[in-house]
Design a protein around this ligand. Structure first.
Ligand SMILES: Cc1cc2nc3c(=O)[nH]c(=O)nc-3n(C[C@H](O)[C@H](O)[C@H](O)COP(=O)(O)OP(=O)(O)OC[C@H]3O[C@@H](n4cnc5c(N)ncnc54)[C@H](O)[C@@H]3O)c2cc1C
Length: 334
């Protein structure tokens, strides 16, 4: 099966071929997707998933790519990104949202409607689907507290409705991480609240976030889950790793739980730095850090990328040779 056959089967869907995922990930790293697909409706996602399943093509799902490291070899097969599927509707205290909507926007719309319960989410940069997958949370709140039900799609293309209790929400975990089902639509149930109080809370949390997190650099948020009985940031600080730089990636000097892209980092820089931190903390404190960020994609560079790399290396060699000759001539003329 070829990408052309895939594109021909869905002429009405926006499908980008060999698309660099560094354009979408919050870390600004990652190799290309063979086919990056932008569905706009639940029905489109369902038809795409059925077709990919029948044609045995691998499928990867992306939300806002704020909790992901895509390896430098990129992603084979189809990658569906849900950010164009983002409608939000509100009736009384119920908010119905398509999975690609930004969680920050849902939080803002809840405030506009005078509904309380989603203040904690006002700065979490994920999509609603990604937030369900991760049971995202901040400052004492978690998505699981405000979810009424979720419409999910199996990899075989069947839509199921799940209520909160079916989702097996836990710390940065939901059943979607085990089932591989895709969240399509989410129903939040909030409480009527005082708009002034909601705004105050959101302003306070925004202040905390902007003063403590290195939002001026690309990152994927907290890299590690919080190990029971410890604070990850403190473990990393005490190990002397704050500011440690590997390639273009750095343990943030503002918040040691974040790794920031300070200078054209690659996904490999990120992954090697993560491994180094894990090794140091295991040796020093006996604590096995577990990543919160999801690492996906291929290590290996495709033939096409290898070609590009060879050309770039050849250019570097020519440049170096040219400089050598130029400097030699200059010194002869002195
Ligand atoms: C600056 C910064 C601050 C952050 N702060 C917080 C915070 O305070 N609290 C917190 O919890 N997180 C935080 N995060 C992490 C991230 O925003 C959350 O984990 C968010 O929920 C991820 O959503 P996403 O749409 O970006 O998911 P992605 O990164 O796109 O995907 C993450 C995983 O979810 C899966 N997925 C995405 N959408 C779906 C779907 N519809 N159905 C099934 N699977 C899906 C993907 O396949 C992938 O495995 C932060 C990140 C950054 C960059």
């Amino acid at each position: 099966m070829t990408i052309t056959a895939f594109k021909n089967a869905f002429p009405e869907v926006n499908i980008k071929e060999n698309e660099p995922l560094s354009r979408y990930t919050y870390t600004k790293t990652g190799g290309p997707a063979d086919a990056l697909v932008f569905p706009k409706s639940k029905e489109e996602v369902q038809t795409l998933v059925k077709w990919l399943n029948e044609n045995n093509w691998p499928l990867t799902i992306l939300g806002n790519a704020s909790n992901l490291i895509v390896k430098d070899g990129g992603i084979r097969g189809a990658t569906i990104i849900l950010t164009d599927m983002n409608q939000i509707s509100i009736q009384d205290n119920i908010i119905r949202v398509f999975a690609g909507a930004p969680l920050t926007e849902v939080s803002k719309r809840a405030y506009d409607a005078g509904l309380t319960g989603l203040e904690f989410a006002c700065g979490i940069p994920g999509s609603v689907g990604g937030a369900i997958y991760m049971n995202a949370g901040a400052y004492g709140g978690e998505v699981k507290e405000v979810i009424k039900k979720v419409a999910v799609l199996t990899r075989q293309g069947i839509i199921k409705e799940m209520i909160n209790g079916d989702m097996q929400f836990d710390y940065r975990h939901s059943i979607l991480q085990d089932s591989d089902d895709i969240a399509l639509e989410v129903v939040f149930e909030l409480e009527p609240g005082d708009k002034e109080e909601i705004k105050e809370k959101m302003d306070e949390l925004t202040y905390l976030r902007t003063s403590r997190q290195p939002l001026e650099y690309p990152s994927c948020g907290s890299v590690f889950k919080r190990p029971t009985g410890y604070f990850t940031g403190k473990l990393i600080q005490d190990a002397g790793l704050q500011g440690f730089t590997w390639g273009g990636a750095q343990v943030s000097t503002k918040h040691a739980g974040f790794i920031v892209n300070i200078n054209n980092a690659t996904a490999t820089d990120y992954i090697e730095l993560i491994d180094h931190i894990k090794e140091v903390i295991l040796e020093k404190d006996g604590v096995m850090l577990e990543t919160e960020v999801k690492i996906i994609g291929e290590d290996f560079i495709t033939e096409e990328n290898t070609g590009r790399e060879l050309i770039s290396k050849a250019k570097d060699t020519i440049k170096a040779k040219f400089n050598e000759i130029f400097l030699a001539e200059e010194s002869e003329n002195l």
